[in-house]
Design a protein around this ligand. Structure first.
Ligand SMILES: *Cc1c(COP(=O)(O)O)cnc(C)c1O
Length: 376
């Protein structure tokens, strides 16, 4: 495979797989609405194209982190219902109203600012409320539930949804899941009749108890592993190919890369790729004599990264390819069928989320397929 773009590499995003993943999760959560989390540029896949494909598959409820992301979804999907996970940014209420974005309100200060805007314009602009059931990230504290209810009852205001977020859903047997579920149930007694939402991808896969009226999958849509220690049932969405820029011979005892912390135990053939940590190939994928690093696929074979990953290049040991010597310009596969997002993450000591959201490198984005699936 030859690469044509002036940037060298090519990130390929399978919108059909994205759409099928949404459909599959929507089946699992039958009975609840299935939202789509598209924060961080839709986990690196491109918020505009991903949102359009998810909408074509059937998604109507979108979760972005920031108002800027919400505006990108609004432009891509004019009739989307868009929640802003990070809440109401101080002074930004007019922007939310203009773009029809729903802040997920997580403090009394946010609530008062939103209610003031509603009162000023004499309109009950929609929002959601977030209660913290044990993560100490965003959210009202549990003991504020009664106060929140009283405040909105006095005005006749009701949120579209009340939500919380699980800290340990990737470990389904973790006792904190049950604890948070119970605490969330007690919050919901203050908001009878209001739709509830607790589950991310892993929560969705953990069981019906966690579904309530809306589920909020992110990572699973993009093919990443949500639940640890289980086979990942989702279809891969991204593949990444980058060009080999040089092939060279090196001798026993020579060292590779910054820090000279990999020395060659044999005469070797090396391929230098136009791809580095500035492209999302994490420096923690470096390999040394004492610690193996990441791997890439060249001519169908898995080859180890050796030496430190640099900003713009990485060196791969291709000695095992023998006489099957790749040519400069030929592609090396960074992400694909053999090495997926989670395998790369494991090799770099991180999670698939970080691999995906680091995909902002010097390669072109190429979309394959679309979100139009046969009905069903
Ligand atoms: C990111 C996020 C999600 C999606 O989580 P995944 O693990 O990617 O499915 C859901 N809810 C909230 C509040 C989030 O921040």
């Amino acid at each position: 495979m030859a690469l044509t773009s002036g940037l060298g590499g090519q990130l390929s995003i399978d919108l059909g797989a994205l759409a099928r993943n949404w459909r599959a999760l929507d089946k699992v959560s039958a009975g609840a609405l299935t939202g789509a989390v598209v924060k961080a540029d839709a986990y690196g896949t491109g918020i505009t194209m991903a949102s359009k494909a998810l909408h074509a598959a059937g998604a109507r409820f979108f979760f972005a982190a920031t108002p800027d992301e919400g505006m990108a979804v609004r432009a891509a999907v004019p009739d989307a219902h868009i929640f802003i996970l990070n809440g109401l940014y101080p002074g930004a209420a007019n922007l939310y109203v203009r773009q029809n974005l729903m802040p997920i309100i997580s403090s009394m200060a946010m609530l008062e600012e939103w209610l003031a805007k509603c009162t000023e314009r004499n309109e009950a602009y929609p929002s959601a409320f977030h209660f913290d059931t044990g993560m100490n990230r965003l959210g009202f504290r549990l003991n504020e539930a009664a106060q929140v209810r009283e405040r909105i009852q006095g005005l006749g205001y009701a949120p579209q949804m009340v939500m919380s977020h699980l800290a340990c859903a990737d470990q389904p047997s973790h006792e904190k899941n049950r604890t948070q579920l119970a605490l969330f149930g007690s919050v919901m007694t203050q908001f009878p009749g209001i739709p509830a939402s607790l589950a991310n991808s892993a929560g969705l896969m953990t069981g019906r108890d966690y579904h309530f009226q809306m589920v909020r999958p992110g990572i699973a849509l993009y093919g990443g592993r949500a639940v640890n220690g289980r086979k990942n049932p989702m279809a891969p969405v991204v593949t990444l190919h980058v060009p080999i820029v040089q092939v060279k011979e090196a001798r026993t005892g020579e060292t590779v890369g910054y820090g000279a912390n990999h020395s060659l135990a044999r005469d070797s053939r090396l391929a230098i790729l136009s791809h580095g940590y500035a492209d999302g190939f994490l420096r923690s994928l470096s390999g040394s004599n004492t610690r193996p690093g990441g791997k890439v696929v060249i001519r169908g074979k898995v080859c180890p990264v050796i030496g430190r990953v640099s900003m713009d290049q990485v060196t791969v040991d291709i000695t095992e390819l023998g006489p099957d010597i790749p040519n400069p310009g030929e592609a090396a596969e960074i992400l694909g069928d053999i090495i997926g997002v989670d395998e790369l993450a494991d090799a770099g000591g991180t999670i698939g989320y970080e691999i995906l959201t680091s995909l902002k490198g010097r390669y072109s984005r190429n979309y394959v397929g679309d979100g139009n699936l046969p009905p069903g």
